[in-house]
Design a protein around this ligand. Structure first.
Ligand SMILES: CC(C)(COP(=O)(O)OP(=O)(O)OC[C@H]1O[C@@H](n2cnc3c(N)ncnc32)[C@H](O)[C@@H]1OP(=O)(O)O)[C@@H](O)C(=O)NCCC(=O)NCCS
Length: 196
């Protein structure tokens, strides 16, 4: 296991994108200080349960995926505790990955790929995940993205907005033995409100 030589008093630099009176807020994480690394790793444990060990964050992969402004990491914080995150990455970042060539928008600069979306299990089903996703879509819309895409387990994307399309299915995605679908969701109709 990777040894973390962490300075846990090192502060993160974040920008609050939305907040509620109930101590719940969404932040765009511009720099991850050591203080937040253990919590991000803990949240990623749930992703590892679903997607395998490679989804578990380490000190090294945190720097790769929480790498603003190349990547756009939004964290959800409740009563000061990080309870989830969603990471958007401009599609062009993946230009060399074989799957990206199936997206006709590659090179257009109009697509935000959702790399990860996770909420701690004890905070699911209470609206935190929905709010995180809504704020993310609104942010993307305001920044002139036209589509959000991502890989999800087969069958999941049909629960998204009715305009969502499946671009391609990938069998045995990343050796998981499971079929994932690559979806595209237009964001022109995302809500514009900043409030929850
Ligand atoms: C995905 C997850 C964040 C949803 O949290 P939740 O509290 O159960 O959320 P809800 O059921 O209230 O759904 C919230 C939104 O997430 C969407 N959603 C649910 N499961 C999803 C999934 N696997 N992938 C993407 N979006 C998903 C729902 O459609 C809903 O969107 P809507 O507001 O547009 O309708 C949570 O189940 C989780 O952390 N799972 C483990 C990690 C994971 O599988 N992530 C998804 C792919 S990276």
């Amino acid at each position: 296991m990777e040894q973390l030589a962490l300075n846990i008093s090192e502060k993160s630099r974040t920008r609050i994108i939305a907040s509620s009176p109930l101590s719940f807020q969404i932040e765009l994480m511009e720099y991850v200080g050591g203080e937040d690394v253990p919590a991000l790793i803990e949240v990623s444990e749930s992703l590892a349960l679903e997607y395998g060990e490679s989804a578990r964050l380490t000190k090294t992969t945190i720097r790769k995926y929480f790498n603003y402004p190349k990547t756009l990491p939004f964290v959800a914080r409740y009563q000061g505790e990080i309870v989830g995150y969603i990471i958007g990455v401009p599609l062009e970042y993946f230009a060399r990955d074989p799957w990206a060539k199936f997206d006709q928008n590659l090179g257009q600069g109009n697509t935000l790929y959702t790399y990860a979306y996770v909420i701690l299990a004890r905070y699911r089903g209470n609206g935190f995940a929905r709010t995180l996703k809504r704020v993310y879509l609104n942010w993307a819309k305001k920044h002139h993205y036209r589509y959000v895409t991502g890989h999800v387990l087969e069958g999941i994307a049909r629960k998204f907005s009715p305009n969502t399309t499946i671009v391609k299915r990938f069998n045995n995605w990343h050796g998981s033995g499971r079929t994932f679908e690559y979806y595209r969701r237009p964001i022109k109709d995302a809500a514009t409100s900043r409030d929850f």
